[in-house]
Design a protein around this ligand. Structure first.
Ligand SMILES: [Zn+2]
Ligand SMILES: [Zn+2]
Length: 144
């Protein structure tokens, strides 16, 4: 309902549509080709109403600013004007919420994956190149 209301207010609702998608790595998407704003059904189910509204405003600002604007000054100005507070990054930060495979290095750095790694991996934050001392141990967790 937020989506339809915001599209009605800020965009042309005869042109832009809304739908849910199955993305796990990002919360929302503005598809300029299809003129469609979409939300990850997984993340929308986890976020509270205010957060969902913020994701929608982020994407609507993309629709208003145009594809070339990216997250540059033009997009930021528009986003701020329509009420996006920018407190949280909604692009590409979802893996840590949804990934079922969690890895930890001996120093405690965490890694999130959707698949089990096929070969041993060492922590890239503890040191460059493969090093057994920095080996990541993986475990599976339940993601609701
Ligand atoms: Zn964005
Ligand atoms: Zn580490």
């Amino acid at each position: 309902m937020w989506a339809y209301e915001l599209i009605e207010i800020h965009l042309d609702s005869r042109v832009w549509t809304f739908g849910f998608d199955h993305a796990k790595m990002r919360a929302g998407l503005c598809d300029f080709g299809k003129k469609r704003i979409s939300l990850s059904r997984y993340l929308a189910a986890r976020y509270d109403d205010d957060e969902v509204k913020q994701v929608l405003l982020h994407e609507i600002a993309h629709a208003l600013a145009g594809a070339r604007a990216g997250h540059g000054a033009k997009w930021r100005t528009i986003a701020r004007n329509i009420g996006y507070d920018g407190k949280r990054t909604h692009d590409g930060s979802a893996a840590s919420d949804l990934a079922p495979i969690v890895g930890v290095c001996p120093a405690g750095h965490e890694f999130f994956r959707f698949r089990v790694a096929t070969r041993p991996l060492s922590c890239g934050r503890c040191g460059r190149g493969f090093n057994r001392d920095n080996l990541i141990t993986w475990h599976r967790r339940d993601v609701a």
